[in-house]
Design a protein around this ligand. Structure first.
Ligand code: HEM
Length: 373
């Protein structure tokens, strides 16, 4: 039986490796922003409960102020990987998106509400009002969006179920829960959120807009949180890996159709090593009580590399799973349109240059101390 819809007769306009490279880079950056949102928001909510402590209040408000900006990155860095994955995996991803269509399209409304609640959360903190219930509502909605994304990313890997589901109902009202990889995968992202949230606090502790007392509070607390949830994140990663089918583990060891997937598998070890390094750095901040600019930037570098490794491994899991069910992402007709590829790359680099310039303007702007009212 034909499991997948027919392939689009229009050839791909660029090499598959280029699509995959751009997909992995933009996806990893989306994940950095997602983890900051999922973890940073929950930590800011918890800190906002201690309204009597000025250190907690300043930290919660500093994180909340940045979260509205983080959300723009979540969205804008989510669009490119969505486009690249539709190009590479459209026959699988469109099908699963149709099956959960009502929930899938509802992400736009839920996201808008989450964004509005984030602004309300920040506004209430600025005004010194109780804000935890607003922030918690935003976090629950963001966690639900994450659940919907995990649902779709796992359903797209189960072509054997689509026909049966669609024949039973074409309403698009499914919200499947039966896949054994779904919940570990979702919880891995949530645990990662608190780990990255702690690392984000270690980064903030190196900023000059905080007083020495605030730096020690933020770095010390963030470091301890990152140590604790770094270990939870490691355990969740091992769990999410252990529930993968044997065919996937074999493929990632290089014993499948394509031996080069062993490098995707090796990225899993890279992820383990980088999380361990990040936990050590967090321990330096948390227990060694060191809040410094150099530590901030090393933590940023290690955090971004951790997400890159995670994304490569996750990409390998998807490719090998689909391969075991007859979907070969490398098997497509490619007619490269080099002039378009060239224009794209020039604009891509120019875009990075503009972002760099924006960051430099921000860095040169007059600093206002975070504790100021
Ligand atoms: C609060 C907002 C959001 C949260 C919490 C969130 C969270 C997540 C999570 C947890 C995953 C991984 C799912 C898994 O593999 O198990 C994911 C993947 C993804 N997200 Fe987001 N996301 C958000 C918004 C967006 C938006 C607005 C877009 C696009 C416009 C987007 C695009 C994507 C794409 C394309 C993937 C995976 C694609 C692939 O694997 O090829 N996300 N997101």
């Amino acid at each position: 039986m034909q499991l997948y819809p027919a392939v689009d007769p229009i050839p791909l306009p660029a090499p598959i490796w280029l699509f995959k490279l751009l997909h992995i880079v933009t996806q990893a950056l989306h994940f950095v922003a997602v983890e900051m949102l999922l973890g940073g928001l929950l930590l800011a909510v918890l800190l906002s409960l201690f309204r009597g402590s000025s250190l907690s209040h300043v930290t919660a408000r500093a994180m909340a102020r940045r979260l509205t900006v983080v959300m723009t990155y979540v969205i804008n860095l989510g669009v490119p990987p969505l486009l690249f994955s539709q190009v590479l995996y459209g026959r699988a991803l469109y099908t699963s998106s149709v099956l959960i269509g009502i929930y899938w399209i509802s992400i736009i409304a839920i996201l808008t509400l989450t964004y509005w609640l984030l602004y309300q959360f920040t506004g209430r903190l600025e005004a010194g009002k109780s804000a935890w219930w607003v922030g918690l509502s935003a976090w629950l909605l963001a966690g639900f969006i994450a659940r919907l994304l995990s649902t779709n990313m796992t359903l797209m890997l189960r072509p054997e179920d689509w026909q049966k589901m669609y024949s039973a109902s074409a309403m698009g009202a499914y919200l499947p829960t039966g896949d054994p990889t779904l919940t570990p995968r979702w919880l891995l992202m949530l645990a990662g959120g608190l780990f990255f949230g702690g690392l984000w606090m270690v980064y903030l502790a190196g900023r000059s807009t905080f007083t020495a007392e605030e730096k020690h509070f933020i770095g010390g607390l963030g470091g301890k949180i990152a140590v604790g949830f770094g270990l939870v994140y490691l355990a969740a990663g091992l769990w999410a890996n252990s529930v993968q089918p044997d065919a996937v583990k074999e493929g990632l060891a290089g014993n499948g159709t394509y031996a080069f997937y062993k490098y995707f598998g090796l990225a899993g070890y890279g992820w383990l090593a980088l999380v361990a390094v990040a936990v050590l750095l967090a321990a330096v901040a948390g227990f060694g009580k060191i809040a410094a600019n150099w530590l901030s930037w090393i933590v940023v570098l290690v955090a971004v590399l951790t997400e890159v490794m995670f994304t490569v491994y996750r990409d390998g899991v998807r490719d090998v799973t689909l391969l075991s069910k007859g979907y070969d992402v490398w098997d497509r007709v490619v007619v490269t349109n080099w002039s378009v590829v060239g224009i794209f790359l020039v604009l891509f680099v120019a875009g990075l240059g503009v972002i760099g310039w924006l960051v430099s303007v921000m860095a040169r702007a007059t600093k206002v101390m975070e504790g100021a009212a």
